[in-house]
Design a protein around this ligand. Structure first.
Ligand SMILES: NC(=O)c1ccc[n+]([C@@H]2O[C@H](COP(=O)([O-])OP(=O)(O)OC[C@H]3O[C@@H](n4cnc5c(N)ncnc54)[C@H](O)[C@@H]3O)[C@@H](O)[C@H]2O)c1
Length: 291
């Protein structure tokens, strides 16, 4: 299946950039959210990423500024922001759902998508940890439902985990892997194990940093500084968690602890922040103040 038109539902931390990735591979894309202000934030994110990418090419003298401006305009023109399904979803081939990591929200979005998209469209989820099988149960086409898990920042990181639910057909898995390549990403196929591949590996190491921080009441900025200086990672785990969204990171950590036991640790400092409504960069405050 070739994807002529795609859609992204949820224009938050991930959605705007996922739409930008698709548009930069010449795929027209609809970006839907519940409120115009979230659409505007998603479109602004897509614009910033595009300008940064093209700006680098201008700096290397591979493009003139005029060519870069024209390419940016064409690329951003392929993203259509909307708060409505009507008039936009009747001809999409592939949808990526990127709404908050809560099963009841995912299932209601999948039920809506089942109603408004053509029967042959693939309905995929960017979930970091939840069951794709359960999302498929909210539709009349569970064989057309799979996971399609990008990594933050989606415009930079090339990997996509294509996740097979109990009912996902082979044809859907192959089409999703093909679409990942169409948008210049590297797909890997995963079973529906908690954390899939990457978060299971990543969280097993970051868990230990969270555990030591809590047990010894260490300073998060100091830990981040040491990790960055050691060049083990481009940024420290607490700053990174702020960028990813503490609500999402906490949910994944809890899911891994519930699935695999105490070898996966849930940061109590993070839990307190989330309970107070501080989700990191997207709310302005987390482990750091983001202004
Ligand atoms: N943040 C990350 O680093 C990251 C990385 C990979 C995968 N994910 C996954 O991507 C998904 C989205 O995460 P995020 O960090 O972008 O979340 P977010 O909270 O930043 O954004 C979610 C967006 O969905 C919108 N939304 C809520 N209900 C909706 C509905 N019914 N219809 C349309 N839009 C709706 C919200 O208004 C918000 O703009 C989650 O499943 C998460 O686990 C996140």
């Amino acid at each position: 299946m070739f994807v002529f038109k795609a859609a992204v539902v949820g224009a938050g931390t991930m959605g705007g950039e996922i739409a930008q990735v698709m548009a930069s591979a010449d795929v027209p894309v609809v970006l839907k959210d519940v409120d115009r202000k979230f659409i505007d934030q998603g479109l602004e994110k897509a614009r910033q990423v595009t300008e940064a990418q093209l700006g680098r090419l201008v700096k290397k003298e591979k493009l003139t500024q005029e060519q870069a401006d024209a390419q940016a305009e064409a690329l951003l023109g392929r993203i259509h922001g909307t708060t409505e399904y009507e008039g936009h979803f009747g001809d999409v081939d592939f949808v990526v759902e990127a709404v908050p990591e809560r099963m009841e929200i995912k299932q209601s979005v999948f039920a809506e998508l089942d109603e408004v998209t053509p029967g042959n469209a693939i309905l995929a989820s960017n979930t970091s940890s939840l069951s794709v099988t359960e999302m498929g149960e909210a539709t009349t086409r569970p064989h057309k439902v799979c996971g399609f898990h990008f990594f933050y920042p989606a415009s930079v990181l090339r990997l996509i985990e294509v996740i097979e639910g109990d009912e996902t057909s082979e044809d859907t898995m192959q089409s999703a892997a093909n679409f990942a390549q169409q948008i210049r990403k590297q797909p890997i196929r995963c079973g529906e194990a908690p954390g899939f591949v990457v978060n299971r590996i990543l969280n097993s190491s970051v868990s230990e940093i969270w555990r030591v921080r809590d047990e010894e009441d260490l300073d998060v900025e100091e830990i981040d500084r040491l990790v960055t200086e050691s060049k083990a990672s481009p940024m420290g785990p607490f700053y990174l968690a702020d960028l990813l969204g503490l609500d999402t990171v906490l949910h994944v950590a809890e899911h891994l602890r519930d699935s695999y036991g105490d070898r996966f640790y849930v940061s109590s400092a993070m839990k307190e922040l989330v309970e107070a409504g501080n989700y990191g960069q997207k709310t302005g405050k987390g482990f750091y103040d983001h202004g």
